[in-house]
Design a protein around this ligand. Structure first.
Ligand code: HEM
Length: 302
């Protein structure tokens, strides 16, 4: 019996290691056999039947993805077709469209106008947004595989592998930025005056995602191979069980809620910045008469 048990553990271990290599893990990331065998047996037992949790989270992520994609697209189309009756770029403004595109790019990458108006807020925002970007890039490993052989794909996977250590430490930058943004809204009189409950709730939701993620990375690890299998299986409709660790479930729940509220919240400033007339328009009103699309037909009838 002991021998059979040992054999089963060995097989599970070998199988897990093979899967780990296929999903792109480095051998240094692989947990020591004894711990891993224990975890494997644990997760195999949990994976024997498709649990309620797996089904609930599969449905939750399908719903969240549809709401996010449809809502996001709808709002972007709405922004793109909103009337812009006047030339209102914030001066001094670029004189050409290329210059205006450069201004928007600087706004998106460097938060240029925020830097000019509030240095502390700029620091907190950069910490949070750049941290978030690196963390999200690090997460690409849960959805991509290195076994696709095209050279482009190899470069993408190389970038995902390269980003891994930076993503871990970026999590602390993200957390620090979030805490400072929250403290600012609660403590400072002027920001507090214009703060809605939804502003605080969004920050708390993001803090929930960051804290549960950091705890999983450094203290209570989860089975990331099974997790990846679960997410890849959502694409291929060949459903695999989700690990049921509480921290992971909290992490994923907060992420799904974030995706669902995104199209209805202030998080829409992400696409919104590209459509802001004060940033995206150029200062050419003297050279070219500004005529909004919706006003063109009325103008022709005059
Ligand atoms: C808005 C989206 C998300 C944010 C902001 C976020 C944030 C974070 C942060 C800050 C960490 C700690 C640093 C790190 O290891 O990268 C983390 C870890 C983690 N996240 Fe996320 N996450 C998001 C989405 C997801 C999704 C969709 C999954 C499921 C595939 C996921 C699974 C994990 C796991 C398993 C860890 C622990 C990694 C490890 O043990 O090395 N996260 N997350």
């Amino acid at each position: 019996m002991v021998l059979v048990n040992r054999h089963v553990r060995l097989l599970v271990f070998q199988n897990q290691r093979a899967v780990f290599e296929v999903v792109g893990g480095r051998s240094s990331d692989f947990r020591p056999p004894r711990v891993f065998c224990f975890l494997s047996i644990f997760s195999v037992r949990k994976r024997s039947a498709m649990s309620f949790v797996t089904v609930a989270y599969a449905v939750l992520f399908y719903v969240a993805t549809v709401v996010f994609l449809v809502g996001f697209l709808k709002r972007v189309l709405q922004f793109a077709s909103a009337p812009a009756p006047l030339k209102i770029p914030t001066m001094p403004a670029p004189l050409t469209r290329i210059g205006a595109a450069g201004r928007v790019t600087r706004e998106v990458i460097l938060f240029e106008s925020l830097f000019r108006s509030d240095k502390w807020l700029w620091i907190f925002s950069v910490l949070f947004h750049m941290g978030l970007l690196l963390v999200l890039l690090r997460h690409a490993r849960y959805f991509l595989s290195p076994d696709f052989l095209s050279p482009v794909w190899g470069a993408v996977w190389g970038a995902v592998v390269f980003i891994q250590p930076f993503g871990v430490y970026a999590a602390f930058a993200m957390l620090a930025g979030l805490v400072m943004l929250l403290v600012r809204r609660v403590v400072m009189v002027r920001p507090r005056y214009i703060t809605n409950p939804s502003d605080i709730l969004l920050l708390i939701l993001l803090l929930g995602v960051a804290l549960s993620g950091i705890l999983m990375t450094f203290i209570v690890h989860t089975d990331i191979i099974a997790l990846k299998q679960f997410f890849v299986s959502l694409f291929t409709l060949s459903f695999q069980p989700l690990p049921t660790d509480s921290l992971l479930l909290v992490h994923l729940f907060c992420v799904a809620v974030l995706m669902i509220v995104f199209p209805f919240s202030k998080l829409l400033h992400v696409p919104g910045v590209f459509f802001s007339p004060t940033r995206a328009q150029c200062d050419n009103a003297r050279e070219k008469r500004h005529l909004a699309n919706w006003a063109a037909s009325m103008d022709a009838e005059r």
